[in-house]
Design a binder for this molecule. Structure first.
Ligand code: ZN
Length: 221
């Protein structure tokens, strides 16, 4: 069921349809119409908190209503096809910040197996794969494993967030990223705990640098 659901969403009939509002697109390129684009505020902003193992962490757009609602659909309503619209948004920040010239491989925040089976897909993986194809960079697909089932980070307080993820990721086939500069893709960055935890793991297993990139940030600072 999960597989069929996600497959039907991946083959959403595109044509000239905006993936956010389903209206016809007036522009030839991209997956978002100009009307929706008016409601997107690009900031390409660097996260202002210290994440010791992250070289730099960025997010692309402000957490406005259009973005919030579409991320919700992307994660919780089975609209897997939105990876293209969000992937295009992330690519704008990648080019703006020159990340495509620095990074060797693309990684993403993994899900534990149970959660991925329930959802049918990992939204961060879909975006990372799309970006990897566009930039012609390899994807670290099975190198970071979520070994612990954890509570949703956004349902926890700051202290709990830090302990919740401890020891919940494992790195395998480390030769794939040894001495490499990695771009780590997430959907929303809130406290940066997830990004820091995964970067720490990658760096301690030989990665050279980890850059983080999320669509948006719900940080209230
Ligand atoms: Zn639209």
């Amino acid at each position: 069921m999960g597989i069929f659901k996600s497959l039907s969403n991946l083959i959403f009939p595109e044509g000239n349809i905006c993936l956010f509002c389903k209206d016809y697109r007036d522009n030839e390129r991209g997956h978002i119409c100009s009307n929706c684009k008016d409601f997107i505020e690009f900031v390409h902003r660097e996260v202002a908190i210290s994440l010791p193992h992250v070289e730099r962490a960025y997010y692309s757009v402000l957490y406005t209503r259009l973005i919030r609602e579409n991320i919700h659909s992307f994660k919780f309503q089975g609209k897997a096809y939105l990876y293209k619209a969000f992937g295009d948004i992330l690519l704008e920040t990648i080019y703006e910040k020159g990340l495509h010239k620095k990074i060797d491989v693309i990684a993403f925040v993994p899900m534990d197996r149970l959660k991925k089976a329930q959802r049918g897909y990992n939204q961060c993986e879909l975006m990372a794969k799309y970006i990897g194809e566009r930039l012609e960079k390899p994807l670290l697909k099975n190198n970071i494993i979520k070994i612990k089932v954890t509570k949703e980070q956004n349902k926890l307080g700051l202290t709990e967030r830090r302990t919740n993820l401890k020891g919940s990721f494992r790195a395998v086939k480390i030769q794939d990223f040894k001495a490499k500069e990695i771009l780590l893709i997430d959907d929303i960055i809130t406290t940066g705990t997830t990004m820091e935890e995964i970067s720490k793991l990658l760096i301690s297993n030989g990665a050279k640098k980890v850059y983080g990139l999320a669509i948006t940030s719900s940080m209230r600072i």
